[in-house]
Design a protein around this ligand. Structure first.
Ligand code: DX5
Ligand code: ZN
Length: 218
């Protein structure tokens, strides 16, 4: 599978979300939407009503990253609303198999996210239920943090388990992705790259997406 870039609107201007999404629509593969509930992570962003509105006005497929407690209750609703991909955290899901199946049952790609300190091998048996494994390369909750190199061995291990690029499980990284770090993550085996501040603090967000893709494809 080709490299994919998913700009995170966490670093966009929340008063102009549709315009900010449109700014990357020609360059990005996905739009990454961070849903935070101030419980699973110490930050609060937006929820289902805002996602439903964005889905009506944004032409890019939506990649919803749920950083919430009780994702089992909420994840299927994001898929039903029309998100192309819905990701739940392994640390929060109580019934991950059922939830991942419900996401797929609504026609979306099912994602499982692991915090930096969460071991991959505990979840290896779930891979047949997963369309995308999200490996957090910062502690979740905030944009603009530094990429954690300590996650690189886990990305390599995930690439071994998922098989060569082109397999059915996509490997996403999220946190601290810049033109400098994207190469290390790609070399380790990641193929879907989330970038918030690197895209939305740039003067030209679409150009920033293209630059990340060029670096990742090196
Ligand atoms: C953080 C979010 C990220 C965030 C990344 O918990 O999951 O998607 O937007 O921001 P940057 O790219 O600035 O690290
Ligand atoms: Zn995210």
């Amino acid at each position: 599978m080709a490299i994919q870039i998913s700009p995170s609107i966490l670093s966009a201007d929340f008063a102009r979300l549709a315009d900010e999404a449109a700014a990357v629509s020609g360059a990005a593969d996905w739009l990454h939407v961070d849903v935070m509930d101030n419980h699973f992570v110490p930050n609060l962003t937006l929820g289902l009503p805002v996602v439903e509105s964005l889905l009506r006005s944004v032409p890019v497929p939506m990649d919803c990253h749920l950083m919430i407690e009780d994702p089992d209750r909420w994840a299927p609703a994001y898929a039903e609303a029309g998100a192309g991909s819905v990701t739940v955290h392994a640390e929060a899901a109580r019934s991950p198999v059922r939830t991942l199946r419900e996401i797929r049952g609504q026609g979306a790609r099912a994602g499982l996210a692991l915090n930096p300190a969460t071991a991959l091998d505990s979840y290896a048996d779930l891979l047949p239920e997963v369309d995308m494994l999200l490996m957090m390369t910062v502690e979740p909750g905030f944009g603009g943090q530094r990429f954690l190199d300590l996650v690189l061995p886990k990305i390599r291990r995930a690439r071994e388990l998922a098989g060569a690029r082109g397999g059915s499980v996509w490997l996403q990284v999220d946190g601290g992705i810049t033109e400098e770090t994207v190469e290390r993550a790609a070399e380790a085996g990641a193929d879907v790259f989330v970038a918030g501040s690197a895209v939305y603090t740039a003067d030209d967000p679409a150009a920033a997406v293209r630059a990340l893709r060029t670096q990742a494809e090196k």
